[in-house]
Design a protein around this ligand. Structure first.
Ligand code: NAD
Ligand code: AHE
Ligand code: ZN
Length: 375
């Protein structure tokens, strides 16, 4: 079949909206009509050329929602007409990682996914016979796409596509980082670095978990109002914090008889390795947990004095908020439908596929929180 898609032809160049050829689903695969897709900073990261796994030409996009329109042989868990969210972290429930119950990082199809292929090592997308790579196993910047059945979560059919697509990455990553990865408790103190599409969901997760002091840090003062909407109690612009933001934040979080500062939990949602270090060092001596969420480019490394870890801080990371997609994503959709979490205010712009490059521009300028393309 033919479908419209935004093609990433080469690094650093705008996407090109065009018709592409799409083969139907093979064994164990499903064909999805994508109804809406968010634009995440990770799409921009890969398009920029900084992603060591980035492949071109490709169809990017990994934050979608849609309907199953066809299934390949042997598919049993979903059927035509089901509403689904594509999962860049699948859940096969059979691999050693899934069975370990210690991680959400299913390994069933990770190697072919990283090569921009379906599990059989081929691509379903092409233009004039030339292969186009899949991206993160999802390629939601195409009106129709093919995914393995283990990489789709069946969700409540009443849920609006243009909102729940955000659960395909940003919402789940932010809230999951708090609940699944950091396991934040009632009364905790926390610092969130970077108040974009992910950081605001970390704040929303901290509020849900019952954190007391929630400090947001961003270079953009407009993010103060945004953070406060979701439960942030204090805002710091690093430019107003003197030469080193770490002692500033440690001082802000001083409490107890010994007056040792530092937050119980810190989260990097910037992808900046210097900020990751600040986040670790602004966590509390003895028990602080610092969670890396941001993704950094090829060749970038994090560093700190080992003393920071010797004195009891833990440096951890999370992908997709530690969520097991087929199990957890339907529940998060229900939380949204039950009014337990907010999504609507964070979706600041709805775009047509033809205008997808505007979504990237508004992400760069800080004008948008999430832009969503509606097909
Ligand atoms: P975004 O562009 O919406 O937000 C980034 C925010 O960080 C902006 O508000 C920006 O002003 C702020 N910022 C940038 N540099 C800063 C600095 N030095 N100090 C303080 N604030 C700074 O991006 P997003 O969609 O929220 O994504 C954030 C990061 O998370 C990206 O690196 C993205 O690739 C990554 N990500 C990771 C996962 C995962 O599973 N680990 C999932 C989604 C996104
Ligand atoms: N390809 C990059 C890493 C990118 C990365 O870490 N991606 C996250 C999801 S970001 C969603 O917006 C992820 O799921 N990581 C786990 C995995 O298996 O990729 C690189 O640096 O090579
Ligand atoms: Zn993402």
């Amino acid at each position: 079949m033919r479908t419209r898609a935004a093609l990433a032809l080469e690094a650093g160049k705008p996407l090109v909206v065009t018709e592409v050829d799409l083969e139907g689903p093979k064994a164990g695969e499903v064909l999805i009509e994508v109804k809406a897709t968010g634009i995440c900073h990770t799409d921009d990261f890969t398009l920029s050329g900084a992603d060591p796994e980035g492949l071109f030409p490709a169809i990017l996009g990994h934050e979608g929602a849609g309907v199953v329109v066809d299934v390949g042989p042997g598919v049993t868990s979903v059927k035509k007409g089901d509403h689904v969210i594509p999962l860049y972290t699948p859940e096969c429930r059979e691999c050693p990682s899934c069975l370990s119950r210690k991680t959400n990082l299913c390994t069933a199809i990770r190697s072919t996914q990283g090569q921009g292929m379906m599990p059989d090592g081929t691509s379903r997308f092409s233009v004039n016979g030339e292969k186009i790579h899949h991206y993160m196993g999802c390629s939601t910047f195409s009106n129709f796409t093919v995914l393995p059945e283990i990489a789709v979560a069946k969700v409540n059919p009443d849920a609006p596509f243009d909102k729940i697509c955000y659960i395909g990455c940003g919402v789940t990553t932010g809230i999951g980082a708090v609940i699944n990865t950091a396991k934040v408790e009632i009364g905790a103190t926390a610092i969130v670095f970077g108040l974009g599409g992910i950081g605001l969901n970390v704040i929303q997760g901290l509020k849900l978990a019952g954190a007391d002091m929630i400090i947001g840090v961003d270079l953009n003062d407009d993010k103060k109002e945004w953070g406060e909407k979701f439960g942030m109690t204090h805002f710091v612009n690093p430019r107003d914090a003197g030469d080193d933001i770490v002692p500033f934040l440690v001082n802000m979080t001083k409490r107890g008889a010994d007056q040792i500062g530092g937050a119980d939990y810190t989260f990097d949602c910037t992808g900046n390795t210097k900020v990751m270090r600040q986040a670790l060092e602004a966590s509390h001596r003895g028990w602080g947990k610092s969670v890396v969420i941001g993704v950094a480019g090829a060749g970038q490394e994090i560093s700190t004095r080992p003393f920071q870890l010797v004195t009891g801080r833990s440096w951890m990371g999370t992908a997709f908020g530690g969520a097991r997609g087929r199990t957890d994503v339907p529940k998060i959709v229900d939380w949204y439908m039950d009014g337990k979490i907010q999504i609507d205010p964070m979706i600041t712009h709805l775009l047509k596929l033809d205008d997808i490059n505007k979504g990237f521009e508004m992400m760069h300028s800080g004008e948008s929180i999430r832009s969503v393309v509606v097909y």
